[in-house]
Every structure is written in C-alpha cells, then in structure tokens.
Ligand binder design. Structure first.
Ligand SMILES: Nc1ncnc2c1ncn2[C@@H]1O[C@H](COP(=O)(O)OP(=O)(O)OP(=O)(O)O)[C@@H](O)[C@H]1O
Length: 261
C-alpha cells in the first residue's frame, strides 16, 4: 500500500465550451479510508472522476493515482477498481460470463467470479443475461467488476443508485471491510444519510471545492447532521458557471474506453 495520498487533485479545472464543470479543485484522498465525494446534480463529481481515470482531459491542473496519471500507472487495472456508467459491457452475456471475461483479461483465477458474485449478492441472477437486469442488479454487477482484481483503490460513481435496502447495507459493509483491510475507497453519492454511516472523509464540490476533510470535523463529531452541513457548504442550487468565451475541449478518450493494462 502507498504511504502518500492515493489520489491527488491539483488545481483541476474542466471546461466544456462555455460551461465550467470543475474549477481549481485541489484535494487528496488518504489511504485506508472511505472518502465520500458529494455535490448536487451537475456539481462536477463525474467529470472529476473521469479526469482521474484519463477518460476526460483536464483544461488545466492534474489528477493522479498513486502519484501518477492513471494512464501511466503500471498494472492500473489490477490496482484500481472502477464502477462507473458507460464503461461498456459484453453484448448478450450473462453476469457470470461478463465477470469471467474481465477476470480472464486480468489473469485472475476462475474462482474470483464466484467470490465477487457472493460479495455483491448477485449469485441467483448470475446466469441470467445482463440485458434483463434491473437497475440495482446492474449496479451490483458493476461493483462486482470493480472488486474483481481485489484492488488497492476503488473508485465508485454513485454505486448506491437503484440498490434496495439490502444492497445498500451490503455496499456499506463491503466498503467498510475494504477500508479495514487498508484499502482506499473514493465514492460519489447523493445519499447523505447513507454517506454519514459509511465514510471517514468528505469532499463537497459545487464546481469549486467547498470542503475536504474528516466527516467528524464537518459534523462536529455528530453534533450536526451531514445534510445540514452539506446545504450550508454547497449553497444555493446553481447551474455550472458559463464562461464569457467558448472554448472547445476535446475528450481524452471516447466513452467506455477505460483501458486495462
Ligand atoms: N461531455 C460533456 N459535454 C458538455 N458538458 C458536460 C459534459 N459532461 C459534463 N458536462 C457538464 O458539466 C457539469 C458537471 O457535470 P457532472 O456530470 O460532472 O456532474 P455530477 O456532479 O456528476 O452530476 P450528477 O450528480 O447529476 O451525476 C454539468 O453542467 C454537465 O452538464
């Protein structure tokens, strides 16, 4: 495991034409902790995670994983597990088949598929085609895929979306167990009550950084609710900031092209 920050953002800015999605973000994710990335719809969470994974090019600033840009990280697919929309799937495959393919690509033992299916509670649906999966089942499969390589770092974009109460509890227990083993989790979410039960550190973004630090400091050791602190920090609901001059920003890679080294 790494001693320095596992993830570091330095003065990260992303503009899409006239819209500034992310502006001058600087924060770190500490090892062995679950960090919750919070923000309203359109606050820039997904854009931030996509830049971290080399799926979008920063307008300026840097995002690094274990001290390097993701694209330059050796064995990145073994060290970093990712659950994010649009990373692609295998047409017509069952959940088990999809996991088997990823597992073989990563050179993992065949038993790993059953292990992660158990971890996310997807054993019963494993042999059904993914195209017939519910939203929650797809989320579970995405999480299973992220867990496959037993990664040091997990990056999860709204993994609780569509999960039932069992799924949410299972997710929380899985994330806490991973942190207990010294692994690091960066998870975006809108479910503040759930976040409050799961994370060690909180990052609040609303285009700019509003807070980065321990949950306990933010809530004064539970004296304040996270929801109240969130609204105080995120301020009034606003659209991403339009710029005076349009600037075209090319994507680093097309959607779904996260490479597995
Ligand atoms: N490819 C793109 N082209 C143009 N604008 C984009 C693009 N991707 C994101 N944006 C804009 O950037 C802003 C931030 O979007 P982003 O998806 O990062 O927010 P988010 O915090 O993940 O939101 P949500 O909680 O709704 O998922 C929004 O205004 C969005 O419309």
């Amino acid at each position: 495991m790494s001693a320095g920050p596992v993830v570091a953002f330095r003065n990260l800015t992303k503009r899409f034409g006239q819209v500034t999605a992310v502006e001058d973000l600087t924060f770190e994710v500490r090892p062995g902790r679950v960090t919750g990335l919070l923000g309203r719809n359109g606050a820039g969470k997904t854009t931030t995670l996509r830049m971290l994974l080399g799926l979008a090019a920063p307008t300026s600033g840097t995002a690094t994983v274990f001290g390097r840009p993701y694209g330059e990280l050796p064995r990145a697919a073994h060290r970093v597990g990712v659950c994010m929309d649009g990373l692609g799937s295998v047409p017509g495959a069952t959940g088990r088949r999809e996991l088997d393919i990823w597992s073989a690509t990563l050179g993992l033992p065949a038993r790993r598929t059953d292990e992660v299916l158990g971890l996310v509670g997807l054993c019963e649906a494993a042999d059904r085609p993914v195209k017939g999966y519910s939203t929650g089942m797809r989320q579970r499969l995405g999480l299973a895929t992220a867990l496959l390589p037993d990664p040091e770092l997990l990056i999860l974009d709204e993994p609780a979306n569509g999960l039932d109460p069992d799924g949410i509890r299972q997710l929380r227990e899985t994330l806490r167990a991973l942190a207990g083993e010294g692994r690091t989790v960066l998870v975006s979410s809108h479910l503040l009550a759930e976040v409050e039960q799961t994370v060690d550190d909180v990052v609040v973004v609303q285009r700019t950084l509003r807070y980065a630090g321990p949950l306990a400091d933010l809530t004064d050791n539970g004296t304040h609710r996270l929801e109240d602190r969130f609204f105080a920090l995120a301020g009034e609901a606003t659209e991403a900031k339009p710029q005076a001059k349009p600037e075209a920003e090319p994507e680093a890679k097309p959607e779904g092209s996260l490479t597995h080294a």
